[in-house]
Design a protein around this ligand. Sequence first.
Ligand code: COA
Length: 257
Amino acid sequence: MTAEIRTDLSDGVLTVTISRPDKKNALTNDMYGALADAVAKANDDEIRVVLIQADGDSFTSGNDLAEFAAQGSGNGPKERHVVRFLRELATATKPIIAAVQGKAVGVGTTMLLHCDYVLLAEDAQLITPFVNLALVPEAASSYLLPLRIGHVRAFEMFALGEPVTADAAVAWGIANKTTGAAELRAEARRVAAKFAAKPIGSLTAMKRLMRDAERLVTQMESESTIFVERLASAEAKEAFMAFAQKRQPDFTKIRRQ
Ligand code: COA
């Protein structure tokens, strides 16, 4: 349990709120654990739709980088709850809606590829800086993103880690539509209510047909093996140290991995 993930159930909609705004909603292992529990709870009959949203000016700045650094030095948690969270997302049967404002970094973007309706505030920016951190993409995004937006756009997003605007994300098919930041939550609730009124048996059967969950889990396992190796690399150590020291990383002196 952590206060940084809140859940609320009303009218069949489970709203999950990420709330660590002073750290731009960076996700810790405890937060991933609570997110995994929340998505798993959506299997309960009284839940018809899941809505993921976030407090503050950013959706999430992705994995907590201090925790990444600790994991890379062998001081990580016994269980990486991110693995459970992503598996729950990949195998979820109820519709998942995301309401995204500001920056959605790393898993903040890749989790959207598992959502069924993505609403972006006009200021939203999708950022996937995996290579900048000397890591590799996760959440089956190495498979899902090229599938969704094509190889060259996906390669650019992963390799350069530059922000993709909300309008581009809609044009490329990562999100459904944009809305004013002030209307984001109300609009997300309206969409959630529409889904909640649909026949749930039909919705879940349709979702199952549209997604090959087994394929996604297999991809996640392959990514995870390489990701964990990368976390311990000299390149990643330099990237995490640079973030902590508020400077740009210098990878040019690191020749071999
Ligand atoms: N992990 C840990 N702390 C983080 C964080 C992260 N992923 N992202 C932001 N924070 C912390 C900052 O260290 C800072 O803490 P401080 O106030 O104690 O110094 C605070 O959150 C605010 O962040 P700041 O960088 O000052 O905000 P910004 O608006 O200038 O930039 C970001 C926002 C998200 C662009 C920037 O923080 C960033 O690049 N974060 C890292 C993103 C990342 O690489 N995530 C991993 C993806 S795999």
